[in-house]
Design a protein around this ligand. Sequence first.
Ligand code: IVH
Length: 701
Amino acid sequence: MIKPVPVDALTPEAAEEELARLAEAIREADEAYYRNDAPDLTDAEYDALRQRNLAIEARFPELRRADSPADRVGAGAGEGFAKAAHAAPMLSLDNAFSDEDVVEFVARIRRFLGLDEGEAVALTAEPKIDGLSLSLTFENGQLTRAATRGDGQVGEDVTANARTLSDIPAKLNGKGWPDRIEIRGEVYMSHADFAALNARESEAGRKVFANPRNAAAGSLRQLDVGITKSRPLRFFAYAWAAASAPFAATQTEAVARFADWGFQVNPLMTRSDSVDGLIKAYRDLEQSRAGLGYDIDGVVYKVDHLDWQQRLGFVSRAPRWAIAHKFPAEKATTVLEGIDIQVGRTGSLTPVARLTPVTVGGVVVSNATLHNEDEIARLGVKVGDTVEVQRAGDVIPQVLRVVADGGGAPFEMPDACPVCGSAAVRDVDDKGETDVRRRCTGGLVCPAQAVERLKHFVSRKSLDIDGLGAKQVQLFYEKGVVRAPQDIFRLTARIAEAGLPPLAEWDGFGPASAAKLIAAIDARRNVPFARFLNGLGIRHVGQTTSNQFARHFLSWKTFWAAVEDAAEQGPDSEAFGELMGIDGIGGAAVGALCVFVTEPHNREMLSALLSEVMVQDETAAASDSPVAGKTVVFTGTLEQMTRDEAKARASALGAKVSGSVSAKTDILVAGPGAGSKLTKAESLGVKTLTEAEWLALIADA
Ligand code: IVH
């Protein structure tokens, strides 16, 4: 092989030619390796091609090809499911755990809609099926795509698999369906089919499924469609999105249409005008639960009238017009064998109960959280005791109480971090209250915190790097190659600097998966604002808060400049006021951002990270609405809708709703009784509108 020209010495013309040559060579090598199972290059040769391609692209970013091998992993087919973006997000539901929660849910709806006392709200009550949700796109009555929920925005394309379910029509029956609609529902497996499947799996010496939900998910998400076809999966339709035309006036009617069109709908749905009626439906379903033949984990209530659903809209991840009333958790008794201490991302020490394995509601439980030392004291639990544990849905099992004393010694929480040995203390806040959590003071010096933060950084809700999960992060950390987020983007170089062999030679990697991982990392060099912010793992700045900041500021640079100003200039500054003024943002988040940005380690990390990745600007939600991107403040009494509804509608149209007037305010909507905000807006020359003028402005949006 001719010795290649060093990347530093390449002219742009030579670089362009070489990128073309590399793209071709890598494509050929991939074909040979993935499709034909006949690699024609050694691992080292293959790695060298990819690395050289990356190095040239890094030096000449403007020459990066549209078909750059860095964006591509393998030969396309057979590499897992394709991504499928949902036309409208697939949301989750808020939970109600008591009758009071249901009373409050209905009261909240009434307040939001501003209903008179005499006016009834009808709601449906239906079983909450414990399976996995699926969204089916129908165009002109034909099934064109099936997608799993994924992160709610983008799921996996499982069309071929979904077509094997007899409950899913390939073509809609009857008429009256919109030209385009996404029908949503739950894929599940019956108890009888689950038991038979597990018997077959166990007979064949394969692993059995823990519960029907896992069996349903595992059966649907099979790359070999033949396997899905052999599994007894069922589907109930209960929701829809992105319909091109209205097709019903109520939830009840919509579900009746689904049945007309050929879907299975749950026969146990009822409708009621009162909270008492809903609670009765809940009790009835709880009674019949054991005999249904499939798992349900609660009851979903939905506002029946679709025009009200429309007005109620959504709050971050869940609709305001629906709630899941969960059944009480399942319980079991077992022995507490030991208490381990886990150190989390923010340094909190969590005592975890190690239990004699016990089956709770069909799942084997061997660990449960004990939350914190106050909780251990409150429970009076000691190693050796017999305890009652409970498990509810996906949440971590909990220890509820001591059933029998085992005679052991009382537990003492360590005052040093079990991982790094730094002091572990309980903070006392300004009000003199002691934090329930004990935290390791080691910060990033503590390997446990560093590793947990890295895991969070690459996790699904943050950077979502395919193939880089908890296991890999732990390994890279232990080998010393990834100690901070930016190291991930320098993985190949960090490995070489550490004097380790190339990743392709590591146990469990090989050339294909090494190349795939590097490509997956490179694909995240362009990262959405909210994911990036969430990934930083700043306390009180999680997914929802990150989304709110992204929607308000749109640009990362503007946002971070405001954070820096707020930290430097303090609570009286305009920047601090702007951050605090964002609807739904509280002092804890803004305070934590200021603490984060003040810490020199964090600033260094961030600047190193930003030299590796580009944070994408958020695009305004509805750019064609007349109020998109505008900062709007509501004050005084509104007469046609409640303040909450007005704010929600403005946000849905892409406006930024703020609680305080400043020079950045574009519109003040002032109802009767408006006071200081109106005066301030007038003095600043901010445009003010009456409620009627505001409604006229957004009428066609
Ligand atoms: S309605 C916008 N109805 O529960 C609301 N969801 O915790 C869409 N689920 O992701 C959901 N049975 O997978 C609805 N009868 C039912 C349901 C149901 C089960 C699941 C669904 C959803 C999750 C939310």
